[in-house]
Design a protein around this ligand. Structure first.
Ligand code: 13P
Ligand code: SF4
Length: 351
């Protein structure tokens, strides 16, 4: 009979110190067993675990070797010397790691970790846009699949979109697929926004030529789309001194009503660096838990009724199974990978 796994006292103590008060004791005890096993196997298999900021606290704080937003994880994935990358995030992120590391085994612990933005656009959609707007540079949010990345000029993330858009020497820019991010970045860079269906709007043209515009797409993040200005008003009514942080995937009116907007890591750094009585985070609520674990003296409010169902697919058990059974491996056609890599390489050069 197989002996039941137990956790070491050292792991239990360190998990209680990090996560006590945030997770109930019985959950810490159950997860400590998995944490020990994952950390043992990780060394045995010469693997590295990358964890997006949205991972649940035990996974984020106790097994991830490298943590961050999409841009940071992309950069770090390009630098690793390990044989195996276990990507605790969603599929488009694991794909980016594979694009940058063709000789390494890249595993994602669940096949169900998609993204509503990544599935909102196809390579054929991008081809049609390029036909409609010939010669116009195409920027794609990193939240796209490899086949779409292969069709575009440059990738961007929420952490570098403004910086990259400012470097593009063109009055018109196609920016896909996130409508809200496009609207927020267009505003920040002094451009108007149009969509393929309203290109005939003469108000947007001078002498028949399009003015400075972003050509957007109607993709949305199913999580950030749910935050409203009313949510902010309600929280401000209760806590007038609250500082509101919104991810740029939120609707523009929500970003405008907030005090700060930035990538997931920019929000984490803001809470770390800027002192306030309390903060409201308009993003996936696991991230607020991760911040609280590190800043127990700070009051971080979150609206946990809006969760990312895709990020939540990645559990400690699945991460252990990924290491035990080599699953689920990301594979890409080499020609497609090389085409997709160009747009990521350009992003890394420009950010
Ligand atoms: P970041 O690049 O800011 O981490 O965002 C990724 C994401 O999917 C947010 O929903
Ligand atoms: Fe995609 Fe939104 Fe989930 Fe981020 S939070 S992975 S953009 S569905």
């Amino acid at each position: 009979m197989k002996a039941a796994m137990t956790s070491s006292q050292q792991t239990l103590d360190s998990m209680h110190a990090k996560l006590g008060g945030l997770l109930p004791d019985f959950e810490i005890e159950a997860k400590a067993v998995l944490v020990d096993e994952i950390n043992r196997l990780k060394v045995e298999r010469n693997a590295v675990i990358l964890g997006h900021n949205y991972m649940e606290p035990a996974l984020f704080h106790c097994v991830a070797d490298i943590k961050g937003d999409s841009l940071e994880l992309c950069r770090k994935a390009a630098e690793t010397t390990k044989d195996i990358i276990v990507f605790c995030g969603v599929e488009f992120m694991a794909e980016s790691a594979k694009i940058l590391n063709p000789t390494k085994k890249v595993l994602i612990p669940s096949k169900k970790a998609g993204c509503s933005l990544a599935s909102s656009i196809t390579p054929e959609d991008v081809q049609a846009l390029k036909k409609q707007f010939p010669g116009v540079p195409v920027l794609a949010y990193i939240n796209t699949y490899a086949a779409v990345k292969a069709e575009v000029d440059i990738c961007v993330t929420s952490g570098n979109a403004v910086k990259i858009a400012q470097q593009i020497d063109s009055d018109q820019i196609i920016f896909v697929p996130d409508e809200y991010l496009a609207r927020n970045i267009a505003k920040a860079t002094g451009k108007k926004i149009i969509f393929p269906e309203n290109v005939l709007d003469s108000a947007l043209k001078t002498d028949g030529v399009l003015q400075k515009v972003f050509v957007g797409w109607h993709g949305k993040c199913e999580v950030h789309d749910l935050f409203t200005v009313q949510d902010i008003k309600d929280v401000r009514a209760q806590y007038p001194d609250v500082v509101v942080l919104a991810h740029p995937e939120c609707p523009p009116d929500v970003v405008d009503a907030s005090d700060f907007s930035g990538s997931t890591s920019a929000m984490i750094n803001y809470v770390r660096d800027v002192s306030a009585s309390r903060y409201l985070l308009l993003t996936e609520c696991a991230m607020a838990d991760n911040i609280i674990a590190e800043h127990k003296n700070k009051e971080v409010l979150r609206l946990c009724s809006h969760r990312c169902p895709h990020m939540a697919q990645i559990t400690l058990q699945d991460t252990l199974d990924a290491l035990l059974y080599d699953r689920y491996e990301i594979t890409l056609n080499e020609e497609l990978r090389l085409k997709a890599k160009r747009s990521i390489d350009r992003m890394l050069e420009m950010s």
